[in-house]
Design a protein around this ligand. Sequence first.
Ligand SMILES: *[C@@H]1O[C@H](CO)[C@@H](O)[C@H](O)[C@H]1NC(C)=O
Ligand SMILES: *[C@@H]1O[C@H](CO)[C@@H](O)[C@H](O)[C@H]1NC(C)=O
Ligand SMILES: *[C@@H]1O[C@H](CO)[C@@H](O)[C@H](O)[C@H]1NC(C)=O
Length: 202
Amino acid sequence: MKNLLMVVVLILGLLVNFHCTDAFGHLRSVVGSSAGAIGEQPLSKIAIHKTTLALSDFASIQARPLLLGLKGEDTAWVVVDFVNEEPSNDDWIGVFSPAKFNASNCIVENNSEVQAPYTCSAPIKYKYANHSNPDYTSTKKASVRFQLINQREDFSFALFAGGLSNPKLKAISNSIAFANPKAPVYPRLAHGKSWDEVSYPD
Ligand SMILES: *[C@@H]1O[C@H](CO)[C@@H](O)[C@H](O)[C@H]1NC(C)=O
Ligand SMILES: *[C@@H]1O[C@H](CO)[C@@H](O)[C@H](O)[C@H]1NC(C)=O
Ligand SMILES: *[C@@H]1O[C@H](CO)[C@@H](O)[C@H](O)[C@H]1NC(C)=O
């Protein structure tokens, strides 16, 4: 009985280990599917690996203030204003950190998409564009607020259409940062920058 238990534990251990290795190896491209396997966090609904580029002259997004934590705060609220001439209740805003990263780390099936840096990393949090903006589809512009935690990297925001399962990148914001970036105060996975590494407050 004891031996059997050992074997089961061993197999489970191997499976978990394999899953993690696999997830890290392909983190940026398969975040959607690995997320589904790991847990039920809302972010796991985002099929970021399916993102297509749909940058539009009729959509824009801006984040303010540019500099956070001027009084040494560890968290800060930011306001993200956006305009979309083709608004939908499927539109959503994702928070990305770092704001920019090396696109060659992306694993993409078709190189023509490498130019889309944001398709490779899952957002650290998101809100629907109509969040606290019930009239968004008629006003075509709205704002959402996010609370950010001081960390080493800067932040940027992106407006997506197509819902979480079929994201279409419409616009990318300016980047913003904490005045005095800190090493992460929350537990992180060794490889960092994973969608599930930090429990951000809403
Ligand atoms: C906002 O969008 C979500 C997701 O598409 C939808 O479920 C919800 O009904 C929308 N809310 C309003 C007020 O339209
Ligand atoms: C991006 O990553 C690749 C491979 O890791 C490296 O060769 C390249 O120099 C990096 N580019 C930048 C701008 O950091
Ligand atoms: C990549 O896209 C180009 C043009 O859209 C296409 O011709 C090519 O076959 C694609 N390559 C792969 C590997 O899908």
